[in-house]
Each structure stands twice: as structure tokens, then as C-alpha cells.
Design a protein around this ligand. Structure first.
Ligand SMILES: O=C(O)CCC(=O)C(=O)O
Ligand SMILES: [Fe+2]
Length: 185
């Protein structure tokens, strides 16, 4: 994770900012169990119900996803859903909203979902990286200029978490919380 952050910052010419992202690093793990159709099937006339998770972006900096050998994760590229075929012992890395905000939009958060289509249960582990509460996420000055106006106001993770928890997750909560709107002249 540290290496990945270093590589990204080096690429953006921001190596001098690495400690802002590494020192206050804060990690959350989540385990998810998606039931295969053999368990939750309500198969009346082939009307099978599948488990899953609807489309969203993560509010983290980075998300690492590891799974048992059952696929189901999909990412959206230009409106098209693409299956992520994870080989055993590998994991997916997704960029989240916080990295997008900190890079003032240079990185994009990945819109993704989970769609189950088989009989076997899927188990996944998500490892989300944030900044410790109390540390503000603010794009470095080098990434803000006339051509690249500030896209997100500085914010802090606890404020964001409580806002997200109080909202309907189907709307763009992250942008609602800290997005900057510029009036078109
Ligand atoms: O289970 C997965 O592969 C992804 C889960 C996910 O996107 C999430 O919990 O935010
Ligand atoms: Fe997610």
C-alpha cells in the first residue's frame, strides 16, 4: 500500500507530500458474505434472486479487495460493466473518492458493484485506507491553479463518515459533502 502511494505521488511530481498520506494512515477491514443462488434462490419459474451490491464509489483513498475464488466484482468504464477476474492470491486495487479529492481530480474514483450469478457463495475482504480522524484531506497547492480549480473543500474523515451514514447511498454523497460548485459565468 505504501509503495503504491509512493508510486502515484512520484508520478504526479509530489514525492515531497508522501508523509501527509503515510503518517496519518488509517485502515479499515470489512468482510462480506454474498450468498450464491443455491441459498437465496427464490426460483419460481426461473425468477432467481441474486445477491450483490449496487453501483458506488468508495470514500477511501485506496481499496484492496481479496476474495475466495468466486468472481462478482465489476467496474464501470464509460458506462459499460466489466467483470474483474481475480486470479487466486491476487487482489484488486481501486481508487476511492478521497484520493480523487486529494489529487484534485487527477485520479478518478472507480464506480463498481458486485453482481452474483452463480450458485456458490462469495466471500470478500475489503481493506480500505483513510487518513486518521483529525487530519484534513486537502489537495496540495501544486495541483490547484486556474486550469484546475479546487474540486473539493478540505474535509476530515469523521465528518464524512457521519454525513455518509445519514444519507441515501444512491446519491453522490461525497460530492454533496465537500464538492465545490462554480457558477458558470
Ligand atoms: O465485495 C467486493 O468485491 C466489493 C465490495 C465493495 O465494493 C464495498 O464493500 O464497498
Ligand atoms: Fe466498494
Amino acid at each position: 500500500m505504501k509503495m503504491l502511494k509512493r508510486m502515484i505521488l512520484e508520478n504526479l511530481g509530489l514525492k515531497n507530500h508522501i508523509h501527509e498520506l503515510l503518517d496519518p494512515n488509517f485502515i479499515m477491514f470489512r468482510f462480506t458474505h454474498y450468498k450464491g443462488s443455491s441459498i437465496i434462490s427464490e426460483d419460481h419459474e426461473n425468477n432467481i434472486k441474486y445477491d450483490g451490491l449496487s453501483g458506488h464509489t468508495d470514500v477511501s483513498f485506496l481499496t484492496f479487495i481479496s476474495q475466495n475464488q468466486v468472481n462478482g466484482l465489476q467496474i464501470n468504464k464509460n458506462g459499460e460493466w466489466i467483470d474483474v477476474n481475480l486470479s487466486p492470491n491476487s487482489y484488486a486495487v481501486l481508487c476511492g473518492d478521497s484520493f480523487k479529492a486529494w489529487t484534485n481530480g487527477r485520479l478518478h474514483s472507480v464506480y463498481h458493484r458486485v453482481t452474483m450469478s452463480g450458485e456458490i457463495d462469495r466471500f470478500s475482504i475489503q481493506f480500505n485506507t483513510y487518513l486518521k480522524p483529525g487530519h484534513f484531506i486537502e489537495a496540495p497547492k501544486e495541483l490547484v491553479d486556474e486550469k484546475h480549480p479546487l474540486l473539493f473543500k478540505p474535509y476530515e474523515m469523521l465528518g464524512l463518515f457521519s454525513y455518509v451514514a445519514s444519507r441515501d447511498s444512491s446519491v453522490d454523497v461525497f460530492k454533496d459533502y465537500c464538492g465545490v460548485s462554480y457558477d458558470k459565468m
